[in-house]
Design a protein around this ligand. Structure first.
Ligand code: SF4
Length: 237
């Protein structure tokens, strides 16, 4: 099976996996079109990014397995590609830990990755309370919520290190919505929120939404998230 092309490679990051130093692999394409997405080049036009030769990436990682904790696979949406498990297995063969960033839309692949023990950690974006209207609005496509719920259930029972995260978008996601999301998620070890920024959004209309002031965001963080999770996990929305 063909492995997906690598569209970006960050040799070293301390922001993508809490408390770990990882290399980051970016894959193109995504099943969502989140209007708030800051990574829309990779989502809408992955062909405009130069492919990073897999052998070079593997060679780089092979020489540094002692210095990094693992690899983060992000996007775009890595689970869009049928060959992602095979790509991940190549990093596994180097003895590396792997964290996957996902929008949760492909629970079948998530299950395969868990069952084959190809991943150690997963970051999943929770875009909105689990109702079709708002979720689809913030994903930019009609979302099958059964898949999102199945991914949440699977990850909660997987025994992996799991991070859930929501972007606070003024006018769409505020205290009430976060309350509902926390209720729907139930007990999870790691939940964080991130502040929406109105720069370079996929939907230019979202560029008109005012940034949430820091004081209000701090108050929401205090209420909703565990300390120490302020990192750039997941897709960059
Ligand atoms: S924010 Fe994430 S899930 Fe949404 S379009 Fe961008 S890469 Fe895809």
């Amino acid at each position: 099976m063909n492995v997906p092309n690598i569209k970006g490679f960050l040799p070293l990051s301390m922001l993508d996996w809490p408390e770990k130093v990882t290399s980051v692999i970016f894959l193109g394409g995504c099943s969502f079109r989140c209007p708030a997405c800051h990574n829309h080049g990779l989502v809408l036009a992955p062909e405009s990014y130069k492919d990073q030769p897999l052998e070079q990436v593997i060679g780089f990682l092979r020489e540094r397995t002692k210095w990094i904790d693992g690899v983060t696979i992000t996007g775009g949406e890595p689970t869009c590609h049928e060959g992602t498990p095979e790509l991940i297995s190549k990093f596994r063969d180097l003895g590396l830990n792997v964290k996957l960033d996902t929008n949760g839309a492909n629970p079948i692949m998530l299950e395969e990755l868990v069952q084959r023990r190809l991943i150690d950690a997963v970051s999943m974006d929770i875009k909105a309370p689990l109702e079709t209207g708002l979720y689809s609005k913030l994903a930019g496509v009609s979302v099958n919520l059964r898949n999102i719920k199945r991914s949440i259930r699977l990850l909660k029972s997987s025994g992996l290190s799991v991070f859930f995260r929501t972007t606070v978008i003024p006018g769409f996601i505020g205290e009430n919505e976060l309350d509902r999301i926390r209720d729907e998620l139930g007990s999870v070890p790691r939940y964080s929120i991130q502040r929406f920024r109105n720069i370079e959004t996929l939907d230019p209309e979202f560029g008109q939404i005012p940034d949430l002031d820091l004081e209000s965001f701090d108050a929401l963080q205090l209420k909703f998230e565990q300390p120490g999770l302020g990192c750039r996990t997941f897709c960059m929305n």
